[in-house]
Write a protein of this length. Structure first.
Length: 460
């Protein structure tokens, strides 16, 4: 047998891992999968194993799995994108899950932002520059990430980041039709307004918007646009960024009823929304003016005027970190058309099997030609250590030591001897948000069909 089974979550889930791995603990889980950390007995390295489960229950989930596997292989080797080291199916004749072995990072940017870890300007600049170089590489392959948020940015204590979770990614070129742009995209707080107004009429600028939201969250340690629903999300965006006199850039995107609703928004005292954005310098007084300028340009309401990734990389705010080798593009576009139009589960199953069979041959190659030779010399700031990342690091070190001493014992999904506080500490702190006051707080008319507006904005 090449694999052995581990029961996690008090026996509610089974994890099958290669015999060379020793289980450490469950890191986290979501709707589509579970991630656990293991120790590679051959190298002593701590590795993350991601289990994509129930992948054939729905065609949507099957395609999400196939999409992530293909994209991770296409981008494998880029230092700002999570890697894929092994791709496993335990039973090729009857399977409903796939296992991916990846680098085990210390924490996420969401944890860093909403922790007590001090963040200086150099942290903001270095994090943002790395994310931009990763997205630049992704965009150069004609791929939109579409789900950028702090929780999808992995961070190590040495302040290196990795972009992850490509299940929602789609293809896009400037001159193509929008057949492969689908409705559900990005977590609400980081969703560009044009996506809510028109669910298949958008481009690479949606990722720039998401990065602007992430940048603002780094600066203020609060979510900038924390809408409780899609209508409230639109209220908060317009409240902070204002409602320009000329909104013609939205006319071709949204229905007449939505445009009418937007122009009917008022403050609680009946005032029209400001036409200009709030002065971000008042929100983030410790950010240099050049950073405020970049943030403002990333959050333009008009996507045609929003700064591009290439322009953002060249912005003075990031000048001291720039390195041409860090900003190389992907040498080959990604071919979404090879599988996105396929609806047969059996055909998709064969494609996933083919990916697994081909992976060993592909491991020796990469879409990156320079990969690990990328320069990292420009970062001179301090390392980071949140409560969560410190506990996880201690847990991993204890696990490696226990394995080396051959006395590791696991219990209820974690190993005996790891810090007690880490058990049950997987949830991040609740995200704070910017408080809206005066004319920046907006409400719609009492007779508005809010349910219908919400339905349109959510894409349901």
């Amino acid at each position: 047998m090449r694999y052995h089974e581990i029961e996690i979550d008090r026996g509610n889930e089974t994890f099958s891992i290669r015999n060379k791995y020793r289980f450490v603990r469950k890191i986290g889980s979501g709707s589509y999968g579970t991630v656990c950390s293991v120790v590679d007995m051959q190298t002593g390295e701590v590795v993350a194993i991601k289990k994509l489960r129930n992948i054939f229950d729905k065609t949507l989930i099957t395609k999400r799995c196939l999409r992530e596997i293909k994209l991770l292989q296409h981008f494998n080797g880029h230092p700002r994108i999570i890697d894929i080291r092994e791709l496993d199916i335990v039973d090729h004749t009857n399977f409903n899950e796939v296992y991916l072995a990846q680098q085990c990072c210390d924490t996420t940017l969401a944890d860093v932002i909403h922790s007590a870890q001090p963040l200086e300007t150099v942290h903001h600049q270095w994090f943002l520059y790395q994310i931009l170089t990763g997205i630049n590489y992704i965009h150069s392959a004609d791929v939109l990430h579409r789900d950028l948020k702090p929780a999808n940015i992995l961070v190590n204590q040495n302040c290196e980041i990795r972009i992850c979770d490509f299940g929602m990614a789609r293809g896009h070129t400037d001159d193509e039709d929008a057949w492969n742009l689908t409705q559900y995209v990005s977590t609400r707080w980081y969703r560009a307004p044009e996506i809510m107004l028109s669910h298949n009429n958008y481009n690479k600028s949606i990722d720039v918007w998401s990065l602007g939201c992430i940048f603002a969250e780094m600066l203020g340690r609060k979510v900038l646009f924390k809408g409780s629903n899609y209508v409230d999300q639109l209220h908060k965006i317009i409240g902070i960024l204002g409602l320009p006199d000329d909104t013609s850039f939205w006319q071709k995107m949204a229905s007449d009823s939505v445009i009418e609703y937007i122009h009917s928004l008022r403050s609680p005292t009946g005032e029209r929304p400001p036409t200009e954005p709030i002065d971000f310098q008042t929100l983030y007084p410790h950010c240099p003016p050049s950073g405020i300028d970049l943030l403002t340009k990333m959050l333009y309401l008009d996507p045609a005027k929003r700064i591009t990734i290439e322009e953002a990389l060249a912005h003075p705010y990031l000048e001291e970190f720039r390195d041409p080798e860090e900003e190389l593009g992907c040498p080959q576009s990604f071919a979404f058309e090879s599988f996105e139009k396929i609806s047969s589960i059996d055909s998709l199953r064969q494609l996933i099997l083919q990916e697994v069979h081909n992976f060993d041959a592909m491991k020796s190659t990469s879409s990156m030609s320079t990969g690990s030779s990328y320069s990292r010399r420009r970062y001179t700031g301090s390392s980071i250590a949140t409560r969560r990342s410190t506990m996880l690091t201690e847990a991993n070190e204890n696990a490696v030591a226990a394995i080396n001493d051959d006395n590791m014992v696991t219990n209820a999904g974690h190993f005996v001897g790891e810090p007690e506080e880490i058990v049950g500490a997987d949830q991040f702190p609740s995200s704070r948000e910017y408080e809206h006051h005066g004319a920046r707080r907006l409400v719609g008319p009492q007779d508005a069909n809010v349910h219908q507006i919400e339905k349109h904005l959510s894409g349901v």
